[in-house]
Design a protein around this ligand. Structure first.
Ligand code: NA7
Length: 317
């Protein structure tokens, strides 16, 4: 097995602002926005919400991550339930469906409040449609309103305010989040019922995952022939096959720079969710199944926290 070093923990620089924000006319909503989950995505989003004048209340499982936000003017709470009490609209952005459900149904979770009094809950964690329906049902039963707002894009795109937001559920919540979405995204789509946005997000991730494995295998073959990977990428750039994402990932593979923009563990989680969805429909997805196995193996090699482009390491064996 190769010796694998963990990627460096990225620290949020509260002083740097997304360039695009200066060009956007954003009138911050007067509502108070709660935010659960200050990982790389969550903290980048909250930083820009504070910068554009939103009133923000935050919580994170590892409490230390709240400190820079407290210094920047956010209120910090001890539990998710406390955030819900203090906010009108609550965003959640954690690693996976299990974490997302824990925060709603678990100890000190959102539903401990019993009566949400028409507050809005917005799920940004990448989840499958069934999880979203369960969360939506729980929120509605406690007199809350629910929106799934899946965020499509890399950590860099989040930092640049260039995400794409795919939303489904309560339209009134979608409207209330307008100034927040305008802060963090270049496009937002309302896709109708709960579950639709999760499906679209996972379909896009399928395209990404399968493309990355194809790219990694092709570059690994070039490497075996001792053809320069940079030459391949330069030629690829001139073809009609090129895409900004594949070019960027190809360059990362050539350099062996796997700084996590889209962590490999997240990619594999998404493929697992896709395959579960397909299983329920008896939809055959042989290429996606193999792609999932490739990412799973790369995780076992120690590249879970690296970028998805680290799948190249496995292809070179
Ligand atoms: P990160 O940087 O890996 O951060 C993950 C966040 O999720 C972080 O705040 C974690 O808290 C939190 N987390 C994970 N599991 C739990 C549970 N069980 N309970 C509470 N909090 C939890 O991921 P990103 O920010 O890049 O991505 C977040 C989502 O956005 C993900 O779904 C992407 O697909 C889109 P911690 O700091 O470890 O205590």
């Amino acid at each position: 097995r190769p010796v694998v070093t963990r990627p460096e923990t990225q620290v949020i620089d509260m002083s740097s602002r997304s360039n695009t924000l200066a060009d956007r006319e954003i009138v911050a909503s007067e509502q108070t926005f709660g935010f659960l989950g200050l990982g790389m995505m969550g903290s980048t989003i909250v930083k820009d919400l504070i910068y554009t004048g939103h009133k923000v209340v935050v919580w994170n499982r590892t409490i230390d991550k709240c400190q820079p936000f407290a210094e920047a003017g956010a209120e910090v709470k001890d539990t998710p339930m406390d955030v819900v009490e203090a906010a009108d609209v609550i965003f959640c952005c954690v690693s996976d469906p299990k974490g997302a459900k824990d925060l709603v149904f678990g100890n000190c979770g959102v539903l401990q409040l019993k009566d949400l009094n028409n507050k809005a809950y917005v799920e940004m964690s990448t989840i499958d449609p069934d999880t979203s329906l369960d969360i939506g049902e729980g929120i509605k039963q406690c007199n809350g309103r629910y929106l799934e707002a899946q965020i499509h894009g890399s950590r860099q795109e989040a930092a640049d305010g260039m995400l794409i937001i795919l939303a489904g559920g309560d339209r009134s919540v979608f409207e209330e989040c307008h100034s927040c979405f305008k802060t963090i995204a270049k496009n937002t789509f309302f896709l109708g019922n709960i579950g639709n946005a999760c499906k679209v997000n996972l379909i896009l991730q399928t395209i990404l995952g399968v493309s990355l494995v194809g790219l990694a295998e092709a570059l690994a073959l070039a490497d075996r022939f001792s053809i320069s990977l940079n030459d391949i990428i330069d030629i690829f750039d001139l073809t009609s096959m090129k895409s900004p994402m594949l070019l960027a990932k190809g360059k990362e593979m050539a350099k062996g720079d796997f700084n996590p923009q889209q962590p490999l563990s997240h990619m594999q989680r998404d493929l697992r969710l896709v395959l579960n969805m397909a299983e329920n429909l008896d939809q055959s997805m042989p290429v996606t199944s193999i792609t999932n196995e490739v990412f799973k193996h790369t995780k076992r090699l120690g590249y879970s926290e690296h970028d998805s482009s680290a799948v190249f390491v496995r292809s070179r064996f």
